[in-house]
Design a binder for this molecule. Structure first.
Ligand code: ZN
Length: 289
């Protein structure tokens, strides 16, 4: 009897643990492609890291002085390629890939939006390339900026070093310009400002279009309605503001699904014009497959 009670308690506590465990992976169909969002987890960002917000805007959109700040990785599976967009902190990434049945050796391509630590943290494992068969695509401007910075470029240099023979540098198209495809169904768009070579990726399959825009938005609750609010660690805040405005406008005009690395999970949705600025509506978990 005692044994039975103990088993029941154990089962109940395991269920509770499962119930409390947040979802960390979701997959949506996009034409012939599958796009998965892999959560690296998150925390709260502090309003002190924002620049240019008025007292009134802060009170209205961030009443407790904080905002959700998560990190995501995107996995795009086409007919013949497994493509990672960024690698997050490298915290839940490997476990999340495993849950999708994707082995690190099966990643063919890594597209990097930029070289901040929360985007290249999963490039290495035990000091070696975590993705032994992946080609790495990076904008020329981003590469040149970080390799030109002795100390600050050290982490970026280390993350890229084992991939140096399969590094593909490119120049993304400016918004509105037609850009050649980097890979079938994938184009790169210049989204400069947060960093000098920050890049967004436009993904098309059949009628489905996604814009995975890296760090165009960090503090969604305030930067969607007020895209003129910048971040103190944007390398060029003014350029970052212009990029944010043009990317939001592009998403509205093309009725495109956007995905952002710091938008709360599931981190993808539609953008519409709001009374003030823009409004973001996340995709439903129920649309996940
Ligand atoms: Zn980031």
């Amino acid at each position: 009897m005692k044994k039975l009670v103990l088993l029941c308690i154990m089962a109940a506590s395991m269920n509770m643990a499962n119930a409390q465990e947040p979802e960390t992976v979701i997959t949506y169909a996009a034409g012939d492609f599958l796009i998965s969002i892999l959560s690296e987890g998150g925390n709260r960002g502090n309003a002190g890291s924002l620049q240019g917000a008025t007292e009134e805007q802060l009170k209205k959109y961030l009443p407790d002085g904080t905002f959700p700040l998560e990190t995501q990785v995107f996995l795009v599976r086409t007919k013949d390629k497994n493509i990672l967009i960024d690698t997050g902190h490298g915290k839940n990434l490997f476990k999340n890939l495993q849950s999708l049945g994707v082995d690190e050796s099966q990643i063919n391509v890594i597209l990097l939006t930029h070289l901040h630590g929360d985007h290249i943290g999963g490039m290495l494992r035990d000091g070696k390339a975590a993705f032994p068969n992946a080609e790495v695509y990076l904008s020329q401007a981003e590469h040149d900026y970080w390799t030109g910075l002795a100390e600050r470029g050290e982490a970026a240099g280390k993350a890229l070093a084992p991939y140096k023979d399969r590094l593909r540098l490119f120049t993304p198209a400016a918004p509105g310009e037609t850009s050649p495809e980097l890979l079938p169904g994938i184009q790169a768009l210049a989204a400069y400002g947060h960093t000098p070579g920050h890049t967004a990726f436009l993904i098309r399959s059949d009628d489905s279009k996604w814009l995975i825009w890296g760090d165009v938005i960090h503090a969604a609750p305030i930067q969607m309605p007020c895209p003129e609010v910048a971040l103190s660690f944007d390398v060029n805040p003014e350029q970052a503001i212009n990029t944010r405005k043009s990317m939001l406008e592009y998403a509205v005009q093309h009725r495109i699904t956007v995905g952002g690395m710091h938008i709360p999970f599931p981190a993808a949705g539609k953008v519409a014009k709001g009374k003030e600025g823009y409004v973001f509506s996340p995709l439903c978990f129920c649309e996940g497959i």
